[in-house]
Design a protein around this ligand. Structure first.
Ligand SMILES: Nc1ncnc2c1ncn2[C@@H]1O[C@H](COP(=O)(O)OP(=O)(O)OP(=O)(O)O)[C@@H](O)[C@H]1O
Length: 391
């Protein structure tokens, strides 16, 4: 747990970087600090591991005033990830990752084994990357090593200062997703500085919006976006905050439709409605057009007689018509986990031009739970951005 009590930092030249700051990051919580350049985010963070000392007030980590702790020992207990990752150029990726455990006295073999585990955890195969040097990695890979290295001593507290700042938006989004997955397992206490509002919204259990040296609002992303506390925050989160809310509004049970379900090995229902097709493990496999829909399509094919690879010999139409669910099933690629964001669902719907999105169990094996239709998605979107609740 990290606690700031009336902390002020005035630099020697008189700049007040942080002004009477009080807030707390609970154990296992990830708080993002977001705000314009120069508003004191980095200074706040550096006061936790004593790279900067407060002018007044106290910073406590796990109840202990950091100024009463030896800075070297403190920094070993607090993982620190920065944008310019600061890897040692003449050490391999594995050696870089094992740095802190080695400093803490762990034997070489054990430290390397742990480092290999961590590299794996952040998505770098230690057999491929372990023996490389930092300049043989891409920017995104270096960032991952930075995260792995910060985790190596298993610190309860992580400070992350624009850790994904140096990579392009696509890689950044992937690193964010992976980090979220990791955090849901590790539950570290994290202070995460970013310029990027999307990132702050996506990653934070809570987000602190900074004005000059002060926090203007500290709350869940949904609340900051939905009910900005001050005109400054409203301005900062922008006019399109309603849209941003989509990123933080989860797909819920109540949004789901439950059309008929058939199994892959079932016989084809004759007069059925459109159905969802599940495989033997209860995962979505595809969808089956309703009888009327299928007949319409076959009618069209017969009329034009142009289906590729088929002649016009009598009886072929019947042969072409599927007889089992497996033959008749069409792919259903668009899927989101329950609890995934409406934004994710919306973008899957657009990407696959899909009428149905399969909603699956987020834990384990992707079991089918229901579908999200365009109508239900629309309804959920309207509710999320504060529109009229449909009756
Ligand atoms: N060592 C220093 N001496 C004097 N002023 C400093 C020092 N470090 C930072 N500042 C000033 O303190 C203020 C806050 O800086 P800080 O780096 O904490 O902001 P930030 O919000 O992290 O900015 P950015 O997003 O640009 O990194 C700025 O006005 C900065 O110029």
């Amino acid at each position: 747990m990290i606690r700031f009590e009336h902390v002020t930092k005035r630099y020697a030249d008189g700049t007040t970087a942080v002004d009477d700051l009080s807030f707390e990051v609970a154990e296992g919580e990830l708080v993002t600090l977001v705000g314009p350049s120069g508003c004191g985010k980095t200074t706040t963070m550096k006061m936790v591991n004593r790279l900067v000392e407060p002018t007044s007030g106290r910073v406590l980590v796990d109840g202990r005033d950091v100024t009463a702790t030896d800075p070297v020992e403190l920094r070993r207990r607090i993982g620190y990830v920065i944008q310019q990752v600061g890897l040692f150029p003449h050490r391999t990726v594995l050696e870089n990752t094992a740095t802190v455990p080695r400093l803490l006295g762990t034997g070489r073999a054990a430290a390397h084994a742990r480092a290999a585990e961590l590299l794996d955890l952040v998505g770098l195969d230690p057999r491929t990357f372990g023996d490389r040097y930092p300049d043989q990695l891409s920017g995104g890979q270096r960032q991952r090593v930075g995260v792995a290295r910060a985790l190596a001593a298993d610190p309860p507290v992580l400070l992350m200062d624009e850790p994904f700042g140096a990579v392009d938006p696509v890689v950044r989004e992937r690193l964010q997703s992976e980090f979220l997955k990791l955090q849901s397992r590790m539950r570290k206490t994290v202070l995460f500085v970013t310029h990027d509002l999307e990132e702050a919204v996506r990653l934070g259990d809570r987000m602190a919006v900074y004005g000059h040296g002060r926090i203007e609002q500290l709350d869940t992303p949904a609340t900051v976006l939905g009910a900005p506390a001050t005109p400054y925050v409203a301005d900062f989160v922008g006019a399109d905050r309603a849209l941003r809310r989509l990123s933080v509004t989860p797909v819920e049970e109540a949004h789901l439709d439950r059309p008929p379900v058939v199994r892959l090995d079932d016989p084809l229902p004759r007069d059925g409605a459109r159905a969802v097709v599940l495989d033997a493990d209860g995962r979505p496999y595809g969808w089956l057009p309703g009888a009327a829909e299928a007949a319409r399509e076959h009618g069209t094919t017969r009329e034009h007689g142009t289906a590729p690879g088929h002649g016009t010999a009598p009886g072929q139409d019947t042969a072409r018509r599927p007889r089992t669910v497996r033959e008749g099933a069409r792919p259903m690629e668009a899927r989101v986990p329950l609890g995934g964001s409406l934004r994710e669902a919306f973008s899957a719907m657009l990407r696959y031009d899909a009428g149905w999105i399969a909603v699956v169990d987020p834990d384990g094996d992707g079991r089918y739970l229901g579908v999200l239709t365009p109508e239900r998605l629309h309804e959920a979107l309207r509710r999320s951005v504060g529109g009229v609740t449909p009756r």
